[in-house]
Design a protein around this ligand. Structure first.
Ligand SMILES: NC(=O)c1ccc[n+]([C@@H]2O[C@H](COP(=O)([O-])OP(=O)(O)OC[C@H]3O[C@@H](n4cnc5c(N)ncnc54)[C@H](OP(=O)(O)O)[C@@H]3O)[C@@H](O)[C@H]2O)c1
Length: 289
């Protein structure tokens, strides 16, 4: 008797995180059917080339969502990138998943979503509440910050000799997209039922901005000093060097979140899930310098 192949759908599969998830699923679990749910089929051609099935999926076109989810057993809902629109978009996906009979949604939320003061958390909290209300089985992959968030600042710091921040001595436990993607794959393919689980995912090691400056100096051989600024001055400095106001506000809020401990975690849950320590910030910096 033929064994039915499990079907895993990945939203945001043309994004930086989603693409890694699809690739790892294809590499490590050839017995699983991987459906890349994308709004741009041309952009997703490299995923078709590695054996993923492509289906058009636009959070802003809700009527097409449930049909596109037909036959999908497990769905990775990677949070969207349209800040301010995500509660509505995620609701549309979750309701469609319920209608289509999806057996498990894994949602990429934010570290300690229930209690964090990170401003970016509001839409994640709302999405977690929708998952509960709609009543589809779900597992929460609560992400800390990606190492990659800091790399452009490291490159600028090496160029200018200073690394400005309003994070003070706040510790940050970042991990790479690759690490988070591997965790998603582990959860989506686990033999144990994942419904109801909450994973607080962050880096195995932690750093401050002073550590980042020291590491940038060590690896580049050029002087890099951390420059501690109050939040308004930091945000203004970002705008002055050409950062769009919206992005400057986000970066300043994120650094304030680090200052308040919102990006620190020492549970090593991510490490346990992927069976190895996460990529260090030092290795991530080495990748760009
Ligand atoms: N924890 C952190 O440090 C951190 C950092 C950055 C982002 N994030 C969050 O993590 C998510 C994944 O990160 P990422 O780096 O992979 O982001 P990304 O590269 O911006 O990818 C976002 C994905 O969402 C898709 N998408 C956006 N709007 C959509 C819509 N209306 N319908 C269908 N798909 C839509 C995009 O499709 P297209 O390819 O067609 O644009 C893309 O595939 C982000 O969306 C954000 O919520 C977290």
């Amino acid at each position: 008797m033929a064994v039915e192949r499990e079907v895993i759908g990945v939203c945001g599969a043309t994004g930086r995180l989603g693409e890694i998830v699809v690739r790892k699923l294809r590499e490590r679990h050839p017995d699983v059917t991987v459906v890349a749910l994308v709004r741009d089929l041309d952009k997703a051609a490299p995923l078709a080339a590695i054996g993923a099935e492509l289906r058009r999926f636009d959070y802003d076109a809700p009527d097409g969502l449930a049909p596109a989810l037909a036959g999908i057993d497990k769905l990775l809902l990677i949070s969207g990138n349209a800040v301010g629109e995500r509660e509505r978009q995620h609701r549309a996906v979750i309701e469609a998943a319920k209608a289509a009979g999806v057996r498990l949604i894994a949602y990429t939320s934010v570290l300690r979503a229930s209690e964090t003061s990170l401003p970016i958390a509001a839409e994640h909290k709302a999405t977690e509440a929708i998952l509960k209300d709609v009543g589809v089985p779900y597992v929460l992959l609560r992400h800390g910050w990606y190492c990659e968030n800091y790399l452009f600042r490291i490159q600028a710091a090496v160029e200018h000799g200073t690394l400005p921040t309003c994070a003070g001595d706040g510790l940050i436990s970042a991990a790479t997209r690759e690490d988070f993607a591997e965790a998603a794959v582990a959860v989506l393919t686990a033999s144990e039922d994942q419904a109801g689980k909450v994973y607080e995912l962050a880096g195995s090691t932690s750093f401050t901005f002073a550590d980042l400056a020291a590491e940038a100096e060590r690896q580049s051989g050029r002087p890099v000093k951390v420059l501690h600024l109050p939040k308004p001055a930091f945000e203004a400095a970002l705008v002055e060097i050409g950062t769009p106001a919206f992005a400057a506000a986000m970066i300043a809020k994120s650094d304030m979140g680090a200052r308040e401990g919102g990006l620190f975690d020492e549970s090593r849950t991510l490490e346990k899930l992927i069976g190895r320590p996460t990529t260090s910030m030092s290795d991530a910096i080495a990748g760009v310098l």
